[in-house]
Design a protein around this ligand. Structure first.
Ligand SMILES: Nc1ncnc2c1ncn2[C@@H]1O[C@H](COP(=O)(O)OP(=O)(O)OP(=O)(O)O)[C@@H](O)[C@H]1O
Ligand SMILES: [Mg+2]
Length: 373
C-alpha cells in the first residue's frame, strides 16, 4: 500500500484477520501504519526507485492516498506490477479537471456535475463568474485534500489575490459554480477485477471548512434519492473500471438535484462506521476487492454516526482523556497515533444506536470528552 496514514493503519488491522502481509511505503517511521506494525519501507512517492522498491515487496499495489505522480504509476504497470486501482482509474481522483471533463462526457447514463471550466488566470475566473455569478469555487486540479486547494471566491479581487496577474498556459485550476447544498453524501462501492460489485448504503457527510467532521450511516434521505445515489455511484465505478473500494462523493442541491462531486479510489473517511456497523468493513472489503476475492455483505447492523477528531491549537492529552470517552455507551474510539496539529485528523469515534440521533449524540459526547472541546 502506497502511503502509511490512518487508512493504511486500519487496512493493516483488517489484513491481520486474513493473514495478509501489508507492506506500506511510508514517508517516516512515525507514520500511523508503521506504528501499528505493518511491514514498511521509508521513501518518497516522487522518487520512482522508492515506489518500485515498495512495489517489489507485494503481489498487488494499492493506495492510501492518490498523491502519486501518474507517470510513476504508469511505469509500475509497464514493469508488470499488478496495480489496483489502475493508473487510468486513479486519474479520476488525481486530476479534478480531467475528472470533471470525463464524467461530463458520460452518456447512458449521463452523470450531472457542477458547471465548471478550466482556469489558469484571474481573468478566466472572472469570465466564468460573468456567466454563472459570484461566488464561485476554485479548486486546484491536483494535490488537495480535506478542503486544502478548495477556495470560495466572492469577488474578482479574491481571484486576483489567489492567482496573481498573469496566467500559465496550462490550466492548473478548475472553477465551478457555487452550489446551494442541501446535503452531501458518499457512496462506497467495492469492485473486484472479475466485475463483482458490493455497495454500501449512502452515508451523509457534514463538512466544516471543507473538511469532513461528521458522518451518518445511512444518510437521512428519501428512499428514492438513496436508490438514485447508489445507481449513479455504481455506474461511475463501472465506467471508470475502478478496482478496490471507491468513494463516490455526491452533492444534493437545495433544488433537489444529485450531482457528482469527486471520487476517491481507496478506503475513505466516509466509510469508517463500516468497521462496527457493517457486516464487512470497508478495509476488509478493499483487501478482498484488490486481491480479487469474493466481496462481503454490506448490510448494516444498526444506524451509526462517526465524528472525526481534529487537532486544535492547544495540547491534546488523548491518552489521559481516553478512559472517560470509553465510558460513553455505544462509542467506539479509534486513535491514529498522529501528533495533534491544528486541522489534522487524529482519530474518530463511531457510535451505534437505535436511531441516528442517538448515535450522533453518543459519538459527539465521546469526541468532545477526548478533545476537550
Ligand atoms: N461547487 C461547490 N459548491 C459548493 N460547495 C462546494 C463545491 N465544491 C466543493 N464544495 C465544498 O467543499 C468541500 C471540499 O471539496 P472537494 O471535495 O472538491 O475537495 P477536497 O479537498 O478534494 O476534499 P476531500 O477532503 O474529500 O479530499 C466539499 O465537500 C463541499 O463541502
Ligand atoms: Mg471531497
Amino acid at each position: 500500500m502506497v502511503g502509511a496514514g490512518q487508512l493504511a493503519r486500519m487496512t493493516h488491522q483488517a489484513a491481520i484477520d486474513y493473514d495478509v502481509e501489508l507492506s506500506v511505503l511510508a514517508s517516516s517511521a512515525d507514520d500511523p501504519a508503521v506504528l501499528s506494525g505493518a511491514t514498511f519501507t521509508i521513501g518518497d512517492v516522487d522518487v520512482f526507485a522508492d515506489l518500485a522498491g515498495a512495489a517489489a515487496m507485494g503481489d498487488v499495489v494499492t493506495f492510501d492516498h492518490e498523491l502519486v505522480p501518474a507517470h510513476h504509476i504508469r511505469l509500475l504497470e509497464q514493469g508488470g506490477h499488478v496495480v489496483r486501482p489502475s493508473g487510468g482509474a486513479l486519474r479520476f481522483a488525481q486530476d479534478k479537471l480531467y475528472a470533471r471533463r470525463s464524467v461530463a462526457a458520460f452518456d447512458r447514463p449521463a452523470v450531472a456535475v457542477p458547471a465548471f471550466a478550466p482556469a489558469s488566470s484571474a481573468e478566466d475566473v472572472a469570465a466564468f463568474a460573468e456567466r454563472h455569478g459570484w461566488p464561485v469555487v476554485l479548486k486546484a486540479r491536483g494535490g488537495g485534500y480535506d478542503g486544502r486547494g478548495v477556495h470560495v471566491l466572492a469577488h474578482p479581487e479574491d481571484a486576483r489575490r489567489l492567482l496573481g496577474g498573469g496566467g500559465g498556459t496550462e490550466a492548473a485550476w478548475v472553477v465551478e459554480e457555487h452550489l446551494d447544498l442541501a446535503a452531501e453524501l458518499a457512496v462506497l462501492v467495492a469492485r473486484r477485477p472479475s466485475g463483482e460489485m458490493a455497495t454500501y448504503p449512502p452515508v451523509g457527510t457534514l463538512q466544516v471548512d471543507g473538511m469532513c467532521r461528521e458522518l451518518t450511516m445511512p444518510a437521512r434521505l428519501p428512499a428514492a434519492v438513496a436508490d438514485e445515489a447508489v445507481r449513479l455511484a455504481e455506474s461511475v465505478v463501472e465506467r471508470i473500471d475502478a478496482h478496490g473500494v471507491c468513494a463516490v462523493e455526491l452533492f444534493v442541491t437545495a433544488d433537489g438535484r444529485l450531482l457528482l462531486n469527486e471520487l476517491a479510489l481507496r478506503p475513505h473517511n466516509s466509510g469508517h462506521a463500516t468497521i462496527e456497523a457493517s457486516v464487512t468493513s470497508q478495509f476488509h472489503q478493499h483487501l478482498r476487492a484488490v486481491l480479487d476475492w469474493p466481496l462481503g455483505p454490506t448490510t448494516l447492523y444498526s444506524p451509526a454516526a462517526t465524528v472525526n477528531l481534529v487537532g486544535g491549537p492547544g495540547r491534546m492529552d488523548l491518552a489521559r482523556r481516553l478512559p472517560r470517552a470509553l465510558d460513553v455507551p455505544g462509542a467506539h474510539v479509534h486513535l491514529y497515533a498522529k501528533s495533534p496539529r491544528p486541522g489534522r485528523k487524529i482519530g474518530h469515534v463511531t457510535a451505534l444506536a437505535d436511531t441516528l440521533d442517538d448515535a450522533l449524540d453518543a459519538a459527539r459526547a465521546a469526541a468532545s470528552l477526548l478533545t476537550g472541546e
